[in-house]
Ligand binder design. Structure first.
Ligand SMILES: NC(=O)c1ccc[n+]([C@@H]2O[C@H](COP(=O)([O-])OP(=O)(O)OC[C@H]3O[C@@H](n4cnc5c(N)ncnc54)[C@H](OP(=O)(O)O)[C@@H]3O)[C@@H](O)[C@H]2O)c1
Length: 328
């Protein structure tokens, strides 16, 4: 609520755009000023649902709206780069849903354009802005956990196997990795940086998207990280950070607002109360602060952070043999 107010435009009125449109006006001073869809009727329907003044039947018309301060890109992964470039070309800062792009090279193109236009761009990896992620960073930096030895992050969901569904459609950048696996990898990267090595295994579905990946990351410090994702099996999605002095556990679902349980070596577990309502307001408020301050990126999710994580996912895909149709 203390962040400056922005007038947001939503590009792509799908599932996650609905959540953004619910939470931003509820928990921040910002507003959803307009929506753009490929279809005027869908834009109108979304505008009616959320009481918006302006609904556009094309993305081009949305980004041309002079009364918008920023655009939230909420389309499938395969579209992120082009839609972010469209908005930047029209002079609009962008908050781009995770995964930021389908490859590191695509992500770089967006950041190059943002630099050239002197505009803010960031990945909507909302977890990094949540209070318990800030607390985890603090615990690690303060040495409360001691030297990190293991980090295990799991993100499994039993998703609709219909080949028409976005996540089962390779042409839309579907698969477990870009949708689910990005959370474990981004959490590991936030806590420990770029690893010295990464070994991945995984499985492809008959319809050509990756069903599951496990990546084992190693840092020279003696830390081993494991990032697990599967889109055909549900599980508690947890994050465990094991240090020489204590273990920090974040329960189901680790990348949504949660408390942290810290268990000191040989001691009793205690709970750090970091849970919050909502969730998306933190990334929107951070973007509002940076955009208003004339900054191009957020220190909580820098361009390099996104490029690093995209690079890790490129490497997982290389080892598992996941290619998108346009790469074949
Ligand atoms: N942060 C989170 O917790 C979270 C959760 C879920 C998803 N996401 C991310 O949000 C993004 C969108 O996911 P979603 O689940 O909201 O997807 P979705 O429900 O399928 O919505 C995507 C929207 O993109 C538009 N679109 C543009 N080109 C399209 C194309 N070629 N095929 C299909 N749709 C197209 C569609 O709107 P129009 O056709 O009406 O323009 C559609 O409504 C993904 O990057 C995903 O990873 C984030």
């Amino acid at each position: 609520m203390s962040a400056p107010a922005l007038r947001w435009g939503i590009l792509g009125p799908g599932g996650i755009a609905h959540r953004f449109a619910r939470e931003i006006p509820r928990y921040t001073r910002s507003t959803i000023a307009a929506v753009g869809s490929r279809d005027q009727a869908r834009a109108d329907q979304f505008a009616r649902e959320f009481g918006l003044d302006r609904a556009y039947g094309s993305y081009e018309a949305l980004v041309a709206d002079p009364d918008l301060d920023a655009v939230y890109i909420a389309t499938p992964h395969s579209c992120h780069r082009d839609h972010a470039l469209l908005a930047l070309a029209a002079g609009k800062p962008v908050l781009v849903e995770k995964s930021f792009a389908t490859s590191r090279a695509e992500a770089q193109q967006v950041f190059d354009a943002a630099r050239e236009k002197n505009l803010f761009a960031t990945e909507a990896m909302w977890a990094r802005q949540l209070p318990h992620y800030a607390k985890l960073r603090q615990l690690v930096a303060a040495g409360t956990l001691g030297e990190l030895r293991h980090i295990v992050a799991i993100h499994n969901q039993a998703l609709n196997p219909d080949p028409a569904f976005r996540i089962m459609n390779a042409a839309l950048g579907g698969g477990a990795l870009l949708d689910l696996g990005v959370y474990p990898l981004s959490a590991l990267h936030m806590l420990a940086g770029v690893p010295d090595s990464l070994t991945a295994t995984g499985l492809l579905t008959a319809i050509g998207v990756d069903r599951a990946e496990t990546a084992v990351l190693r840092w020279g410090s003696g830390l081993i990280g494991t990032a697990i994702s599967d889109c055909a099996a549900a599980s508690p999605n947890t994050l465990t950070v094991v240090g020489t002095e204590a273990t920090a556990d974040v329960g189901h679902v680790f990348y949504t607002p949660q408390d942290i349980t810290v268990t000191p070596r040989g001691g009793e577990p205690h709970v750090l109360q970091t849970k919050a309502e909502g969730g998306f307001q933190f990334e929107a408020a951070e973007a509002a602060r940076r955009i208003t301050g004339g900054e191009l990126e957020s220190p909580l999710m820098t361009w390099q952070d996104t490029l690093d994580v995209m690079g890790l996912m490129d490497e997982v895909r290389r080892q598992v043999g996941v290619t998108f149709p346009w790469e074949r």
